[in-house]
Design a binder for this molecule. Structure first.
Ligand code: NAD
Length: 303
């Protein structure tokens, strides 16, 4: 069993850290928010006074932070260089493995990987799929970027917080997998919303269209699992007043990340760009807290 640091004990990181404790690890945790620290303490985590403290004397350090700037600041310190001006990479004394499970932009992930490597620390980026329910149940899927050696070290720890850890290739490739996957999901949700709005307007019962499309070539995962209209797929958020599930604000974030990656790589993703714009409209109209399938309201002109 290992001594582990865990930084970022929010909606996702809190339950993930508790699952590491349940797996028998000694976990030291840090967050900026007192309520998150209280919940961590109740879950058997030793609360420490700074991110740097959580990285000392441990074999592995998890981070689960909101976005790229937070990850850069926590790893590299306020000076941004990991050069003794604070930050995890400068503070870590014993060459621990770093595991960043946050969903962040590919460029930040690769910059932090390069700094970790320069400081002699193995690292993986391991963003997750499965939401808060998956974090609590320990059933997340993790998409992992980093060297083969770093992945081999990370895998047993990742299995304590998730069901499946898939090696996606070198540094940053976990984030690449995450943004590509979620871009497809967002586009499929919009395609489903458009098709069902069109069918309904033309007099075709949504349930009938579902029965046909689910046995035909329009079938897709978003339609089958997160159908945007109520009364069709029992587990869908549409049947619970669009309570997430996967919040529209999260989909919006991930679509913006895919657009940043596309711009950085010089790749045209016109459907991804359109999806990002539609979710921007939806979130700016105040619906970020609804499930992402509620975008059907925008498509149907109900918003
Ligand atoms: P959250 O806001 O609940 O948690 C983030 C935590 O990081 C907060 O508690 C915050 O106080 C802490 N934090 C920020 N800066 C810090 C710092 N400098 N030092 C220590 N702690 C700091 O967010 P979340 O829902 O847990 O999401 C975390 C990450 O997981 C995000 O990148 C998100 O995109 C990703 N994600 C979330 C979900 C989901 O359903 N919530 C699903 C998949 C992936």
């Amino acid at each position: 069993m290992a001594a582990i640091g865990f930084i970022g004990l929010g909606n996702m990181g809190g339950p993930m850290a508790r699952n590491l404790v349940k797996a028998g690890h000694d976990v030291k945790g840090f967050d900026l928010v007192p309520a998150a620290l209280e919940a961590a303490r109740a879950g058997g985590i030793e609360v420490v006074g700074s991110a740097e403290d959580a990285a000392r004397g441990v074999q592995a350090v998890f981070t689960m932070l909101p976005a790229g700037p937070h990850v850069r600041a926590v790893y590299l310190g306020p000076g941004g260089g990991g050069d003794g001006q604070g930050g995890l990479l400068a503070a870590a004394d014993s060459g621990p493995l770093f595991l960043d499970c946050s969903t962040i932009d590919v460029d930040s992930a690769r910059a932090v990987h390069a700094a970790a490597e320069a400081a002699g620390h193995p690292m993986v980026d391991a963003p997750v799929s499965g939401g808060v329910a998956g974090a609590e149940a320990g059933t997340l899927t993790l998409m992992v970027g980093g060297s083969e050696a770093a992945f081999m070290k990370a895998e047993p720890l990742l299995k304590a917080v998730g069901r499946k850890a898939i090696h996606a290739g070198g540094p940053g490739n976990g984030q690449v997998a995450k943004v590509c996957n979620n871009m497809m999901l967002g586009i499929c949700m919009l395609a489903t919303s458009e098709a069902f709005t069109l069918g309904k307007t033309l007099g075709l019962e949504p349930k009938t269209l579902f029965d046909i499309a689910s046995s035909a070539s329009g079938m897709n995962w978003a339609m089958m699992n997160h159908h945007p209209l109520p009364g069709i797929v029992e587990a869908a958020a549409a049947n619970r007043g669009y309570k997430p599930g996967f919040a529209a604000a999260m989909m919006h974030k991930d679509l913006k990340l895919s657009q940043a990656a596309a711009a950085s790589a010089g790749v045209a993703t016109p459907l991804g760009a359109e999806a990002a714009q539609l979710y921007t409209l939806f979130v700016n109209a105040g619906h970020g807290d609804l499930d992402y399938s509620a975008i059907v309201k925008l498509i149907a002109g109900e918003d």
